[in-house]
Design a protein around this ligand. Sequence first.
Ligand code: G6P
Length: 607
Amino acid sequence: MCGIVGFTGTQQAAPVLLEGLKKLEYRGYDSAGVAVMDKDRIAVSKVTGRIASLCEKTGQGKAVPGTTGVGHTRWATHGAPTEENAHPHLSNDGKFAIVHNGIIENYLELREELTGRGYHFESQTDTEVIVHLIEMYYRGSVREALIRTTNRLQGSYALGVICTEEPEKIFAVREASPLILGIGVGENFFASDVTALVSYTRNVIYLEDGEYAELTPDSVRVFDCSGRILDKEISRVTWDVRAAEKGGYAHFMLKEIMEQPGAVKATIEPRLKNGKVVFDELGMTEKDLRSIRKIVITACGSAYYAGCSGKYVLESLCRIPVEVELASELRYSDPLIDSHTLLIVISQSGETADTIAALKEGRERGAKTLAIVNVLGSSIAKLAGMTVYTWAGPEIAVATTKGFTTQLVVLYLLAVYFADLQGLAASVYAQLIASLQALPRQIQQAIDMNPSIPELAGKYHGSSSLFFIGRNTDYAVALEGALKMKEISYLHAEAYAAGELKHGTIALIEEHTPVIALCCNWTIMEKTMNNIVEVKARGAEVLALSFRGNQKILSAADDFLFIPDTDPLFSAVTEIIPLQLLAYYTALENGCDIDKPKNLAKSVTVE
Ligand code: G6P
């Protein structure tokens, strides 16, 4: 969702900015633009639609002279995705150009004030007030004008600014929106995330809320709001540039599905030492755990469904009550959270606005907070009392796959860890560890044992509605399976707890309605099998997902997806694999833009 890049150096800026924007495309956007300092004026190029059009318009950037500039991908909030509303926005005097990620909540009153003072607006965006404020406050120092401007803003922002009066500089400031500085040799950068920087430099500074940066080709200075210089740590990005490339796959999503055995291994391995689960990053004692009366898990989208699945495992192994709440609901619900609550927030990006707000709410109420996050140095990782990284590597496709499965696995590891703190029989513990160690191999098997998925996608891709049913953990996986299908294939797909079918949904089942029945829970298998019989009696076409060895299912359903014999506690992580592949191949059949589905964003940084 909105991406920003900035560059100052000796090479031509526009091609660098466009390369950076291409790397940010995955975040989701509907228009794009660049502004480059050309001697004493700023040249702006904007397009609606894809970066490819901006590349074409600017001759791959070569037609835009200048070595200092900023770029932007916009995901429309205030005002339609038009060229006028696309960033960068210029000040009326043409001296400043800005790019902005976030939302200015008090923009209407600022717009009224600025209009009253004679400033002219070209767009309907909230962003444009910022550039006029900067012009209004400018008295010879951009940094000071920026500080005065941000003092007037309410909301979230990562801002990039250039000014004709200080032509070699790029300025940046952040508040509740991600922004990272890239430190090069004779050139410096900023961007919304490291994927836009790694092909140029691996040395980065994670800017924090309320910090301002001033970059020239040879210097990077970071200030606080009183203008005091801060001594910021330079971090080294360790992942391979190739991790953020397709590597021969048709889509990032397929690549990321296939990466899951390795990603899950990378999540598990550092946490298993001498046959025990260790979480050096937690430092929790048995006494700390005993003080916890309940666990609340909060997140958005797939991360929320990971939480729904984790609830069963945590409750089963630890016997601590677990509530799972959508972050967008929890933040406005006056939640029953106190110092005896462990609040677990889950977020691949670590930047989801609602999840951040829920985390803050929990902190204010005195909860112990634990974040499960993939992106290093992200806002949630910094805000939480304890942070556990999933180590999934960069995830580029908007629809999460390895982000989700590694979140599940962290929840499993936590459940085993907490259960052990409470005291687990050695034999049970050893069995759980063996089950965890088997997961990467079993995920690979779940990929390999379903060669018929492209054919099944050919059968189901034209359906007007698909129903996913299951019980307990199967139900949690059904929710994520249906979400995957909706997100990328644009088919209507809904998940239901199988036992709820009779209370309404069964009215929707007619001849050839596809029902995807998840039967991976031996203890209640018979119950879901009964539901299969019920929907078949009404003409449904049943695609059953179960263990390969489940003979009973073979006579009950029309088509099959299989998983290997996984520990039922942890089976969600293998179960979701065929459903991810089914969604992928269905979207492929439907000719959808799989990695960048319409209207969706990877990192939802607005409420
Ligand atoms: C967006 C993404 C989803 C993701 C959700 C939460 O909707 O498209 O894939 O599950 O945000 O994102 P987070 O980064 O907090 O896990």
